[in-house]
Design a protein around this ligand. Sequence first.
Ligand code: IPE
Ligand code: IPE
Ligand code: MG
Length: 256
Amino acid sequence: MLENLKDFVKPGSEEESLVKQLDFSRLPRHVAVIMDGNGRWAKKRKLPRVEGHRAGAKSVRQAVETCAHLGIEYLTLYAFSKENWKRPKKEVATLWRLLEEYLKNEDKVLVKNKFRLKVIGQIEAIPDSTRKELKRVEELTKNNTRLTVVLALNYGGRDEIVDAVKKIATDKNLDIDSLNEEKFSQYLYTIHVPDPDLLIRTSGELRVSNFLLWQIAYAEIWITQEFWPDFRKKHLLQALVDYQKRERRFGDIYPR
Ligand code: IPE
Ligand code: IPE
Ligand code: MG
């Protein structure tokens, strides 16, 4: 149970009743989120798409804080897919700039709260100044153990698998006959990160959009109609309560 429930949720609120439904011994270790719907959120308000991305930063902050409060160990956020380069140049440039600003503003919060930042994706292609900032904050937080925030940037699930195969092909220490699922996963970007237990997608799309294809094999999927900038603590708690009602069988006939 949470130590200071009152600091976390308002007494009598919907959040409080959701927290009370949670079984803290069965929380997911790893929650992964496809943060979608920023553009539509902005369009609904007759604002430029980038305003949706800007507004989404608040939801990121709240999701990180909520996971940390609850004791969830890993939170992966899909922030830029490899396919997102297809978008207008200006939107792409703004996305990287917003991320850079976020890192410059939040680094102290990450350090103070003992959060660790880890980036997955093909980082070489990320604009220099943003990449430097990412490296700096990763280095700054690398020994933290409370919550690991994994940012998927210039990430593609198929690319990740192809990259793993390339590493395997050139690994002289590997006996190829000994390769199995467990060993294969050591060549993925997510080495040392357990597979997600819960995958959340906002804005109602029913697809995985090339996200963690290998790792979500047995993740529970939870979709909300809310656009990402409207995603609040309440929604994350709803997802967790729902997750705990599911029976995870992993192919067996009994829950595990
Ligand atoms: C998610 O919101 C953010 C990124 C993909 C970077 P979108 O920008 O995809 O918003 P919609 O889906 O167009 O509404
Ligand atoms: C997925 O959202 C990528 C991120 C959230 C970063 P998209 O908006 O790019 O996905 P599609 O185009 O709807 O599949
Ligand atoms: Mg989208």
